[in-house]
Design a protein around this ligand. Sequence first.
Ligand code: ADP
Ligand code: MG
Length: 622
Amino acid sequence: MAEEKRQFQAEVGKLLDIVVHSLYSNKEIFLRELISNASDSCDRLRYAAITEPELLAGEGEFQIRLIPDPQAGTLTIIDNGLGMNHDEVIANLGTIAKSGTSEFLSRLTGDSKKDVSLIGQFGVGFYSAFMVAGEVTVVTRKAGDAMGWRWTSDGKGEFTVAEAPDAARGAAITLTLRDGEKEFAEAVRLKAIVKRYSDHIAIPVKLKDGDKDEESINSANALWTRSKSEISPEQYKEFYHHVAHAFDEPWATLHYKAEGAIEYTGLLFVPSSKPLDIFHPDRKQHVKLYVRRVFITDDCEELLPPYLRFVRGVVDSQDLPLNVSREMLQHNPVLSKIRSGLVKRVLGELKKKAEDADGNYAAFWEVFGAVLKEGIYEDFERRNDILELCRFRSTHGDGLVTLAEYVGRMKEGQEAIYTITGDDLTQLKRSPQLEGFIAKGVEVLLLTDPIDEFWVSAIPNYMDKELRSVTAAGDDLGKVKAPEGAADARADEAPAAEVATLIAALKLALGDKVKDVRGSERLTESAVCLVADSGDMSMHLEKLLRAHGQAAGERVRILEINPRHALIKGLAARVTAAGTNPLIEDMAALLLDQARIVEGEPPADPVGFARRMVSVMEKGLI
Ligand code: ADP
Ligand code: MG
């Protein structure tokens, strides 16, 4: 077969351009990336060989070899892992398959400084070789295959693939170092880099320094099998980068050995920045499962519940059989015990950090709170533990509050924990729905994650207090004792009979555009607001469902009017005196539209709205 020439996927082309032209600092990390790939590849072959020992063809000692050639200005990294076949070479070294890639690339600005820091979080893996190399050649043969492949590229848009009949099992990656990067062909430099970034790799990394004998330059034992006291924070961090394919600082590191009925070692991390795919529908579970130090899978859904999918790391079991298959992992009793052990540990660690003033829990919460909250309705058994880990914005100051703090501040006569949901914190804080609560000093939780709509309606109560949306709070406020010295709001109201007349006139004018019209307890500043009938879907949820293309329809709402507002008082007096008012039709429509706008909904009929608005304004001029 002749040499094939191919284009990189457009995204890769973009990425390579930045890698070659803008990434100047920390170039040495290319070696960490290539060694990490080599080690992953050996892990995968080791696992495949459990059921197909012939794949090893007698070569069962895995190793990664570094062969620098200072004269030629090249560095070759060789592994005897699984290797790649023709199609895998093209797919893996010509495209980016990671979920979240397109989102990531859409965030690239073209401003190299900003882009570089983004790439720092994303990682460029194999492509980082082009930071130091003008040309990269990969010669690879997949275990079990007869034919190997040679992949070559200068990183400028194209690569070639050709047959390589002599390729050894695994992959040999040769970098032709650019001028100015020849230091990466020096043994001393390579040793230092491996010590720094790849010491924890469980497979020996060997260096061939000129005529000297090849020597191992890493510790080559699985990091999690060492005792905690022997591992430095730096080593934990490097291991996290390797195992999670991440580039941030771990926010939390958890390393323990479970002993007793089920034995396993866990080395778990909570990242400090949000992984790109955390809300992606195809997201994977990211804790790697090992059995007695043999890698089994990095996609074992049974290992952790989805609400802890931000956790990264390794679990190494003593009790699962080595030849465990993915099917066997489903409904496996050992695995389900490991799972509950892991959940308990992770939640315990979160609790510890939450209670520790230096734990920087708020930083975790901002990044992963929305994920953890899924546990409130997914994990019935631990609902209370999870609720206690939750933090909320509220009308009480700008900080984060706990439910326990909220309950401790509840007012005399207050029946429920009040919540309001919306998309935007600033907008929510100004919602007319809150006016009465703020006036009475009743705290309201301000919920802005889409998930909030779902768990709030799923949990019956916390510490015997019901969670209730302010939009469904009916006359709750009447039962709360007014603060000392507050004026009686009712003294200022329009007479009840006039309000009743106005309500009747509004109902007539609005017809089936509203479910009801009634006087409001909750409004103090605004003239009107819309509320959902108790039992109806909240307005915010309806909007969310519509935004996700689900036909939620649009439910008819209740219009509440504020009998203490000057406009409503005036209108009530007029309508009562005149029996009717020629303006009432327009006024009613304007009041309803105004209430919709405050909820973030457009007026039902924008042209009609503008016309009425102009007409009322004209009258104001006379
Ligand atoms: P990642 O390691 O995060 O998947 P990389 O860009 O580092 O991303 O590598 C892309 C893919 O190329 C890997 O997922 C793997 O399938 C393949 N690959 C890279 N290096 C090797 C290797 N030495 N042996 C076998 N496959 C490899
Ligand atoms: Mg990689």
